[in-house]
Write a protein that binds this ligand. Structure first.
Ligand SMILES: [Mg+2]
Length: 110
């Protein structure tokens, strides 16, 4: 499985926990990539803390298009801005058809 982990406002929210998660996936035989919209020349902090491949995506390009262009297929995306992944525009009329269940979390089946 290939995972894409965003950096800003995703990894940065809890680096210690994400490092454990990254190690868990790597030791289970999966690949983890950092896919960020950050400019590479402003990414010294990312390179200092992550020991996984980093894919720098230009602002005008969807992350999915960028990884595909370098021959990588991501199976699971972890990102605080999912709208940055896919090159589609959101249809607000269709969105109104969705709703969230009002069941309390404690009542969800395990
Ligand atoms: Mg982010």
């Amino acid at each position: 499985m290939n995972l894409a982990l965003d950096f800003d406002e995703t990894y940065t929210l809890d680096p210690e926990t994400w490092n454990k998660v990254i190690q868990l996936f790597l030791t289970s035989g999966h690949k983890v990539y950092c896919v960020t919209k950050r400019y590479e020349h402003l990414s010294k902090d990312i390179k200092n803390v992550l020991d996984i491949p980093i894919i720098f995506v230009p602002r005008s390009v969807a992350k999915m298009q960028a990884v595909k262009s370098v021959g990588i297929k991501i199976d699971v995306w972890i990102d605080d801005k999912p709208q940055s992944i896919y090159p589609y525009k959101i249809n607000k009329k269709k969105l109104s058809a969705f709703h969230v269940s009002n069941k309390p979390i404690s009542r969800c089946k395990k």
